[in-house]
Design a protein. Structure first.
Length: 766
């Protein structure tokens, strides 16, 4: 994996500006919707997305319009607090070795309010249980008041504060429902305490029954639920914290021949960093001296250590094995691979999935509808049954059991865990939309070279168009290598390497120009050379019939064939054929199992290659791929993807080169190999951290499992409210039971999402 595998995710090249805010005070999906609407009203804002689970807001606006101050003021006006996330937070975290990226503004629920509330509520609970069992254990009304009041107005003050803020903003939230419900139960109890004879119903015999236990237990249970929820939410960001914790705080740097221990932030580009056996590699760089086995599992998901030698790239955060390494620093801080991975995962977790739009519509009207249902319940029971105590308790149960929190957390928590665990196993998902769409993929199209094959071809055949005296076409090899000496194309590297093995002196090349999908041209020793495929030769009008039989034999063996021709003047009618070059590439060891995994998932596989028909067919036959498109130009790859999409199924494209970028963008989901080019990865929705095609099936599998968790969570959240609210309205649930159900609803949704942490790629299951 190269350090250039990840482009900087900053916004310097974008016409619009982006900003992230931490939001404090949100308790449910209704809060998130209100914050979004408040931010959207700020002039210049193009879009605002609020993630309830992360408690963040991601805003995109026209450059030089909406400022951070204006956005924060809009959030405050809506009844919440906000703080800007500085761009250098991730970098600061990495440099300092801190494992927590969130500033203190983020809501953290402490355990002591839960414990104190439970302690004060315990006598009321014991008395309630005693009465239920027929024992005479009821506490005096004044003692109940003394126990319930601090729970209601001190420990439960947060519900009043947040509910009032929502009310001032003309909206409602979970806190408002809790405040209304518990206040009604508390107020009813106080009223009955000061009015011995019930003014609304017939007098009760014996000691007047109060309902302080309902308000206190509900508050205690909801505080407990929030505490459990906050602990569970913390686990959803374990992947980010694990990545952040990879980087050591200090590095041993060689300066002026001396070893100096420096903070990571003080390391400079070009510094030589000494990495001893067993240490974490602190920087991205090239090995200048030494060799070792390097564990890159937390970066790439690769279980086995990778052998690294002089000239190889190492990534900060990986673990050195048994060797001593001297690493020349090539990237630091925010430009390191690790920092870019963290930013990519954070970005994916902060974005909303398309399915969340349905939840947003429901949650926008959820609280007002619940309040109306509670009011109708109160009137119905009071007027029809004549028992206003029961009417109030049933209305309280309706208010308390309603839980918009579960709706708001169902989708983002599953996405956070899914993207996090995928990153830990070498699959980086750019955004939530890519994660959601990937579950429905039914066709996967593969590029050949570098994707299904190693992408490191060797020159295996060299044949001149004219018989040479010594039988060895050295001049042909020298010209081809000189022409391609400045190219990064795998075939070009193979030619140059073959020439270097013969200790040839390469000539300078002028006016070198790549011909996409065809080859390359340039001037060497006054000759205009063309090196490329048969398509290029046909366009130039070159007669290559003399070597066509040899080319056919090579192609039947699965070889790639390039032709070299020349002319001495721009107006020459037809260039002269000099010879052909045959290249052999090796199929990746995991390619066959990757194709089988996809086919086992019911996914159709397609091969799209710019190579000749023979070579493409040879590879496809070995891998069991029946649908083949060969000799395809880069722009035509995108057209083929469009054709494949006309069947109605979602199509993914897997590639690694510049010529794959148009197809990656044209596909429903683009999947790029990190061993490829930056351009390919920028066009892709999913990046595979190592050049292993079996990760394609893994990416689709984790997407399907994550989407299944989203559907399970939403089903539970909707059914919980659809069933629970009517039961409460019918008087079948007491406020205490309703409070317990509400407290556990959000926790259960998050816990279900956390089950995704057990996911492992297919390769690790075997």
């Amino acid at each position: 994996m190269t350090n250039s595998a990840f482009k900087n995710t900053s916004l310097t090249n974008k016409p619009n500006s982006e900003l992230t805010l931490l939001i404090n005070g949100m308790s449910c999906a209704s809060c998130a919707n209100r914050v979004e609407k408040a931010l959207a009203k700020v002039p210049g804002v193009l879009s605002a997305e609020v993630n309830l689970a992360l408690e963040t807001a991601h805003i995109e606006s026209v450059t030089n319009t909406a400022t951070a101050t204006q956005l924060i003021e809009a959030v405050i006006a809506a009844g919440y607090q906000a703080e800007e996330v500085k761009k250098n937070i991730a970098e600061t975290v990495l440099a300092a070795g801190i494992s927590e990226a969130k500033p203190s503004l983020s809501t953290v629920y402490s355990w002591w309010p839960v414990a104190l509330s439970a302690l004060l509520s315990l006598p009321l609970v014991m008395a309630m249980l005693a009465n239920f069992l027929g024992w005479q254990g009821q506490l005096s009304g004044w003692l109940q008041l003394a126990l319930a009041t601090p729970v209601q107005f001190w420990l439960g003050w947060r519900f009043y504060k947040a509910g009032w803020s929502a009310l001032k903003a003309g909206a409602g939230n979970m806190d408002l429902l809790v405040a209304l419900g518990t206040s009604a139960a508390y107020g009813l109890s106080v009223t009955l305490l000061f009015i011995p004879l019930n003014a609304l119903n017939q007098p009760h015999a014996g000691m007047q029954h109060l309902y302080f236990e309902s308000s206190t237990i509900v508050i205690t249970l909801i505080l407990l639920g929030k505490w459990l929820e906050s602990r569970a939410k913390k686990q959803t960001t374990d992947a980010i914290r694990a990545l952040n914790a990879l980087r050591p705080q200090r590095a041993c740097v060689l300066r002026n021949g001396k070893e100096i221990q420096l903070a990571i932030a003080a390391v400079l580009l070009g510094d030589i960093v000494l990495v001893r056996p067993g240490e974490i590699i602190p920087v991205d760089g090239l090995i200048q001296q030494g060799d070792s086995q390097v564990d890159e599992s937390l970066i790439t998901g690769e279980n086995l250590p990778v052998f690294k030698k002089m000239g190889d790239m190492v990534t900060g955060g990986s673990v050195n094995g048994e060797g001593l390494l001297y690493v020349n620093t090539t990237a630091i801080g925010a430009e390191s691979v690790l920092a870019r991975i963290v930013r990519l995962v954070e970005s994916a977790q902060a974005k909303k999935a398309p399915i969340q739009r349905l939840v947003d519509k429901v949650s926008a009207i959820f609280v007002p509808v619940v309040i109306v249902i509670a009011f109708v319940t109160l009137l119905a029971w009071g007027l029809l049954q004549g028992d206003w105590q029961i009417a109030i308790l049933n209305a309280v149960a309706v208010l308390v059991i309603a839980c918009p929190c579960a709706l708001g957390l169902a989708t983002p928590t599953a996405i956070m865990v899914g993207t996090g665990v995928a990153a830990q196993h070498g699959v980086l998902i750019k955004d939530a939309e890519a994660l959601e769409l990937a579950h429905a993929i039914r066709t996967v199209a593969f590029d050949k070279t570098g994707t299904l094959t190693e992408g490191q071809p060797k020159l295996v055949a060299l044949e001149s168009a004219t018989v040479m005296a010594d039988g060895i076409p050295d001049e042909l090899l020298m010209l081809a290598a000189s022409l391609q000496s400045g190219s990064e194309h795998p075939l070009a590297k193979a030619v140059v390497k073959a020439a270097q093995a013969k200790f040839m002196t390469l000539q300078s090349v002028l006016n070198m120009q790549a011909l996409p999908g065809r080859g390359v041209t340039g001037v060497v020793n006054g000759q205009i050379l063309y090196l490329g495929n048969s398509r290029l030769m046909q366009e130039l009008g070159v007669d290559f019939s003399a070597l066509q039989a040899s080319a056919a034999i090579l192609e039947a063996e699965g070889r790639s064939v390039s032709w070299l021709c020349r002319s001495f003047a721009m107006n020459a009618s037809k260039p002269e054929l000099l010879g052909l070059l045959g290249f052999g590439d090796t199929i990746k060891p995991s390619a066959l199992s990757a194709i089988k995994q996809l086919q086992a998932q019911g996914i159709n596989t397609v091969l799209i290659s710019g190579d000749n028909q023979g070579s493409a067919s040879h590879v496809a036959k070995q891998l069991g791929i029946t649908q083949i498109y060969a000799q395809v130009l880069p722009e035509d790859k995108a057209n083929i993807l469009v054709q494949l999409k006309t069947t109605g199924s979602l199509v993914a494209m897997v590639g690694d080169g510049i010529n794959d970028a148009p197809a990656l963008a044209a596909a429903d989901i683009g999947i790029a190999m990190s061993s490829g080019t930056d351009v390919a990865m920028q066009a892709a929705g999913i990046t595979l951290m190592r050049g292993d095609p079996s990760l394609v099936a893994d990416a689709i599998d984790i997407s399907r499992r994550t989407y299944a968790k989203i559907r399970q969570n939403l089903f539970w959240a909707f059914v919980y409210n659809i069933v629970g609210i009517p039961l409460a309205a019918m008087g079948l649930l007491s406020p205490v039971i309703a409070g317990a159900a509400m407290a556990l609803s959000s926790f259960s949704v998050i816990s279900n999402a956390l089950l995704l942490k057990r996911w492992k790629p297919a390769s690790e299951k075997n």
